[in-house]
Ligand binder design. Structure first.
Ligand code: MN
Length: 419
């Protein structure tokens, strides 16, 4: 299947600034609400959002071919590509069908400020991988200083665990400080109370479109055909709870209290020009996890922190999605390698994506080295070992093209006191 790549020179009749996340080359999908209308499937363009339901009702998008909202998650990559191409035609600067229909345009093209993006697809299943090798190495060095940083299985399979789908929330949803059981090393017994080590995790995630039958695995080379696209994920974590609970079965309540996602599913077609080989895998993966070409994506990732006292955010880290050791295709191939079925709307997060340098840490755990070297907010003189109440943490992601960027918008959350 040939991806639908919008030429870099294409322009929309909707005004789009060069630094916008949403030029006509992007055209991601999300679900929004707005005053006077229910949920609708939406595509952002510049500072506006296009209501696809309104276009369907007006006959500009064929509702039979594109069952607008309910079956969105059952589209495969090809189906979504066809829908995206129809949206492209309507927004392209040479097409007057919507541009010259003043009444419909006023109804279907809303200023972004007037819409409220939701979780693009509330997932039925949420899995979190651990494919960021710099993060895994940092954590290994921190917690097992006398052993090799990576456990023996790390380079043979994409480590992951089943997370909690019910607490996946939209960007902008407040994050209430969770309570949990913790035990400092010198204490005889644990206590129950608000976490003292609230953290974020900088991750990217993919949504599954059409899944597989039980017993039939998805191969590495076909995995992308099962994906709708990518979102930013913040896998909020309570490190003190995690430390006490995670052995022997892995994270549980330390991560299941909230997971934030960005509003727009950016298609793999839009990211096609930004493919990269990624790092070499050594040892070579077993045959069922082997693939060719460029399975990774050059997507810049940023972390911003704004305290309640500060007037502007401070950048905490810059990383890149290409720092993943295991590709998204390998993750999905591994997940289904035992025949387990995946379903439309399942969300798979990458694991924390840190880079090789100190300014590329995808968590407070690494940026402050477990709280030992707090970061300073220069504007106010405040320091942070972990996130505090009132802090707003924002993740951003984009791929930089020639004169345009394919962006993801924001994945943001403000920490509220424990209740
Ligand atoms: Mn995680």
């Amino acid at each position: 299947m040939k991806p639908f790549v919008v030429p870099a020179t294409a322009r929309s009749w909707v005004e789009v600034s060069p630094d916008s996340d949403f030029p006509i080359q992007n055209l991601p999908f999300g679900v929004c609400t707005a005053k006077g209308r229910g949920e609708f499937l939406a595509v952002p363009i510049g500072d506006h959002v296009l209501d696809l339901l309104a276009l369907g009702e007006a006959g500009l998008i064929d509702e039979e071919d594109f069952p607008i909202l309910d079956s969105f998650i059952e589209l495969d990559r090809e189906g979504l590509g066809t829908l995206r191409q129809a949206v492209f035609e309507l927004l392209h600067d040479e097409n007057g069908a919507l541009r010259d229909n003043k009444k419909l345009r006023a109804h279907a093209l809303l200023p972004t400020a007037q819409v409220k993006p939701q979780v693009p697809i509330p997932p039925n299943a949420f899995v979190d991988f651990y494919s960021g090798i710099h993060h895994a190495s940092n954590v290994g060095r921190m917690f097992r200083p006398d052993q090799p940083p990576l456990l023996p299985n790390y380079r043979w399979l994409p480590i992951g665990y089943n997370g909690r789908a019910s607490s996946v929330v939209a960007s902008g949803t407040p994050i209430v400080r969770p309570k949990g059981q913790t035990k400092p090393p010198d204490a005889d017994a644990p206590t129950f109370g608000p976490t003292k080590a609230l953290d974020f995790e900088l991750e990217m995630g993919f949504y599954v479109g059409h899944g597989n039958e039980m017993g039939k695995r998805i191969t590495c080379s076909s995995a992308e055909e099962h994906m709708l696209g990518l979102v930013i994920v913040n896998d909020w974590s309570a490190r003190d709870v995690q430390t006490w609970e995670y052995q022997p079965l892995g994270p549980f309540l330390a991560k299941s209290f909230a997971t934030s996602v960005s509003p727009w599913i950016v298609t793999l077609d839009a990211l096609e020009p930004f493919r990269v080989e990624g790092m070499a895998q050594d040892p070579p993966p077993l045959p069922h996890l082997r693939h060719h070409g460029k399975p990774h994506f050059d997507v810049v990732l940023e972390v911003w922190l704004q305290t309640a006292k500060a007037k502007r955010p401070r950048r905490v880290a810059v990383s890149n999605m290409s720092h993943l050791y295991w590709s998204i295709s390998q993750q999905l191939a591994h997940q289904t390698s035992n025949g387990t079925p995946v379903e439309g709307g399942d969300l798979y997060a990458s694991g924390t994506i840190s880079g090789p340098t100190e300014d590329a840490c995808g968590s407070m755990l690494e940026a402050t080295w477990r709280g030992q070297r707090p970061i300073t907010v220069e504007e106010t003189g405040e320091t942070r070992s972990w996130l505090e109440d009132g802090d707003t943490l924002t993740l951003r992601a984009w791929a930089q093209g020639d004169g345009f960027r394919v962006g993801f918008g924001e994945c943001s959350g403000t920490v509220k006191p424990a209740v």
